[in-house]
Design a binder for this molecule. Structure first.
Ligand code: FES
Length: 81
């Protein structure tokens, strides 16, 4: 089963950092050849704009996602040490 990553691309989350976070996720997938293991999609708004940028991984919503925390979560999710 692929890991489902939904990145909120609503204007608030996009401006708060998901533009960069999307690039980071795409680069991460490329670096670790995760294309087959990830189902990446975007959403318009997750209803938590003030806590954004928001990213949902396998149904769990992560709020205020900044670069370092996102890398930690991706490493953990894909068992990369
Ligand atoms: S724009 Fe992302 S939660 Fe609203």
């Amino acid at each position: 089963m692929p890991v489902k990553i939904v990145i909120c691309m609503g204007s608030s989350c996009f401006a708060r950092g998901n533009e960069q976070n999307l690039k980071l996720i795409e680069q991460f997938m490329k670096d670790y050849r995760l294309d087959a293991e990830v189902e990446l999609s975007g959403s318009c708004c997750e209803g938590n704009c003030s806590d954004g940028p928001n990213i949902i991984i396998d149904g769990k919503q992560y709020r205020r996602m900044e670069r370092g925390a996102l890398i930690d979560i991706l490493n953990h999710t894909f068992n990369i040490t």
